[in-house]
Design a protein around this ligand. Structure first.
Ligand SMILES: [Zn+2]
Ligand SMILES: [Zn+2]
Length: 435
């Protein structure tokens, strides 16, 4: 057997130098949601496979070819969560969350698993930040969820965020649209790709979001769902647009935005970042008024979105938006002794580091038994600005020699003064080499 030193395809390690940016993003999402009165929910990493067959849909790419499905040792069909909404609605029904009052507003930050081709930044395990507003049928909820996503992205410093909007109607008006669409597509069936030819019968709306050029040329002139809306869907869609306008959220209508399944209704949206080069959807969501009933619960409307954090992080980095780096310790306790006195001083250094940590100061201490010179080199590499050197003389007088590695200065001070100096310095944005 060879060494096992590579991770599975489509997975990522978040390395120590990247976790501060990662944590910052998750904290930002949590703070932002609490401002909107959304509470965090955590659902299991795996669910019964049946949940996704019913709650995502048999004819979707996710269920057809992307799920991590297996039998557990008890012979149950289990699937690693490929998306967040089905689990949240399942939990909403299982725990009767609506009894405490509607709407139920929740968010999650959780890993999702899809067996995708790992290209273009797609991962087989990725982390999604999502929100769901369950129980509100009217356009106010649509506007709130879109506002939450839009304000989150722009609040991080992203410009050029464009909300794209569509309405795919409801069980009353969609059959008419679907028939008109199929009728149109049948006239161009030879120009469609193989996938779309197969979709024509099973899930014709999905042809609209095919990325192939031939299909896009056909669908550019296809009938639009918004031309077939019933009166209720029409006024819902109009009101969503009016609300977005009054909230100052720019949007465009995109007739290609669809969800191919019956329990998706009315509003569908994406948030697209138009940075350098290609446009890039960073957030997508929509209304799913038929989902709760599909899972066997009482009919309950809902709307939400999902936002991939790995892709968002990439977008922030591409836009050179400053992200926090892992803070170096405030101070390193170094030992200036070699020979017989060293072990005793090392003990004292450990105790001093403990006292600093108890006072809330981030302190490093040598555990390699290195020379002072090597310890200073280490501090430098780690970006630790201050080194408290403990020698025989300092130890005898309850002091340290504090070196400022940036200024190149050194002074003696008491241990109490050292603790005072660093107390309360730790902030969430304390940067490496920060002084
Ligand atoms: Zn309708
Ligand atoms: Zn196609």
């Amino acid at each position: 057997m060879g060494l096992i030193t590579t991770r599975p395809r489509g997975t990522e390690d978040v390395l120590p130098q990247d976790t501060a940016a990662w944590q910052f993003l998750v904290d930002a999402a949590r703070r932002h949601c609490s401002r909107f009165g959304y509470y965090e929910i955590r659902t299991p990493t795996f669910e019964h496979t049946e949940l996704y067959h019913r709650g995502v849909g048999e004819t979707t790419d996710i269920v057809e070819k992307e799920m991590y499905t297996f039998k557990d040792r008890g012979g149950r069909d289990i699937t690693l969560r490929p998306e967040g909404t089905a689990s949240v609605v399942r939990a909403f029904l299982e725990h009767s969350l609506g009894q405490a009052g509607l709407p139920v507003r929740v968010f999650y930050v959780e890993p999702m698993f899809r067996y995708e081709r790992p290209q273009g930044g797609r991962l087989r395990e990725h982390t999604q930040f999502g929100v769901e507003c369950i129980g509100a049928a009217g356009p106010l909820a649509d506007a709130e969820v879109i506002e939450l996503g839009y304000e989150f992205l722009t609040g991080l410093g992203l410009r050029n965020i464009e909300v794209q909007l569509n309405s795919i109607g409801c069980p009353v008006c969609r059959p008419g649209y679907r028939a008109a669409l199929v009728d149109y597509l049948r006239g161009h069936v030879d120009e469609l790709c193989e996938d779309c030819q197969a979709r024509l019968d099973r899930n014709p709306l999905r042809v609209l979001d095919c990325k192939r050029e031939g299909c896009r040329a056909v669908t550019a002139k296809a009938p639009r769902a918004t031309d077939y809306l019933c009166d209720d869907c029409r006024s819902h869609f109009d009101e969503v647009q009016q609300l977005l306008a009054s909230l100052g959220i720019p949007f465009t209508l995109n007739p290609r935005l669809v969800r191919g399944l019956d329990y998706y209704t009315r509003t569908v949206f994406e948030m697209v970042h138009g940075g350098l080069g290609a446009q890039n959807a960073v957030c997508s969501g929509g209304r799913y008024d038929g989902l709760a009933a599909e899972l066997g619960g009482p009919p309950t409307p809902g709307i939400g979105f999902g936002l991939g954090l790995e892709r968002l992080l990439l977008t922030l980095r591409n836009e050179r938006i400053p992200l926090p780096e892992p803070p170096a310790p405030d101070v390193m306790v170094a030992v200036a002794a070699e020979g017989p006195g060293a072990p005793e001083l090392q003990q004292k250094a450990m105790v001093l580091a403990r006292d600093l940590r108890r006072a809330g100061v981030a302190a490093d201490v040598d555990v390699m038994g290195r020379s002072l010179k090597a310890q200073l080199r280490y501090a430098n590499k780690q970006g630790i600005r201050y080194v408290a050197v403990l020698g025989e003389e300092e130890a005898a007088s309850g002091e340290v020699s504090l070196r400022d590695m940036t200024a190149g200065t050194q002074r003696r001070l008491s241990v109490a003064a050292l603790v005072d100096m660093f107390k309360g310095r730790r902030g969430p944005l304390a940067g490496k080499r920060g002084g």
